[in-house]
Design a protein around this ligand. Structure first.
Ligand code: SAM
Length: 263
């Protein structure tokens, strides 16, 4: 894949697997009952847990897991031989057959142009096919504000000009407006989870698995600069997210969910 993609680290990402999984499972609960999809895609499948789960739930379906990261897909391949694991860019993806389920958990926030993207995803659904998406609404959270401030203020700032920036997701109403010409039964909701994290520098460690990937990719060949950047951000995060008396760190994390069915 092209250098434009950040390098992912499956071990770091899955350090907080229980918390990260929670939203995906909440999304899966909203799929229609008596749903029997034949063509299923998990877009941005990462280490593959949800594609593998969908294959177990719908054994007769063709389940495909698409991701741009070879390292994430290596883990996914070890999880299931029954899923068709595909390396590729969601921006360039189009299925050979219309999809009955397009599932995208915590991946589409990495892509720009959501109006066109969501229209295209809906257009690739079979009649009565379902689009199910969860995206962090992290732009305005304290930990993302501190990340952007640290990115912009240090001696590393000029290096980050080429880093893949996370996009600000649209409003719930804007997703409704894009999908309503093509879909009905549109269900959109938002939830803020209070993630209870354990360990030292827990919010920094959480971010090292996801939001910081583009910056850590840029700094991969400059360990002193990488350490200085992480130290500066870590100090701000520790002050903003003090440990509780039991040692836990609490991370409020808003997420937007969307389930829509193609007419
Ligand atoms: C936060 S992880 C989520 C992984 C998985 N869906 C989960 O819920 O555990 C985001 C994933 O999206 C993938 N990704 C980001 N942008 C992508 C793109 N344009 N095309 C394909 N995959 C992409 C990354 O490689 C990464 O594995």
């Amino acid at each position: 894949m092209s250098d434009a993609f950040p390098v992912w680290d499956p071990r770091q990402y899955n350090r907080f697997e229980a918390q990260r999984d929670r939203a995906a499972l909440d999304l899966l609960l909203r799929l229609p009952e008596d749903f029997a999809p034949a063509e299923v895609w998990d877009l941005g499948c990462g280490t593959g847990q949800h594609a593998a789960l969908l294959k177990r739930r719908h054994p007769a379906a063709h389940v495909h897991g698409l991701d741009a990261s070879a390292t994430m897909l290596d883990q996914a391949r070890a999880l299931s031989v029954e899923v068709d694991w595909v390396i590729g860019d969601i921006a360039a993806w189009s299925p050979a057959r219309p999809a009955d389920l397009l599932f995208a958990n915590a991946s589409l926030q990495w892509l720009p142009g959501h109006e066109a993207l969501f229209r295209r995803l809906a257009e690739n659904l079979a009649p009565r096919g379902v689009l199910a998406v969860q995206m962090p609404q992290s732009w305005d959270t304290q930990h993302h504000r501190l990340m952007r401030k640290t990115v912009a203020e240090g001696p590393w700032a000029y290096l980050f000009e080429t880093a893949t920036a996370r996009v600000q997701v649209m409003t719930a109403e804007a997703y409704y407006d894009v999908l309503s010409p093509l879909c009905d039964d549109i269900d959109i909701w938002a939830t803020t989870y209070l993630h209870v994290l354990s360990g030292d520098d827990a919010v920094l460690e959480w971010m090292k698995g996801t939001a910081l990937r583009p910056y850590l990719t840029v700094l991969a060949d400059d360990p002193p600069m990488r350490e200085a950047f992480l130290k500066a951000l870590g100090e701000r995060l520790s002050a903003a997210f003090p440990r509780r008396t039991d040692g836990a760190t609490l991370l409020p994390f808003p997420r937007l969910f969307l389930v829509a069915q193609r007419r």
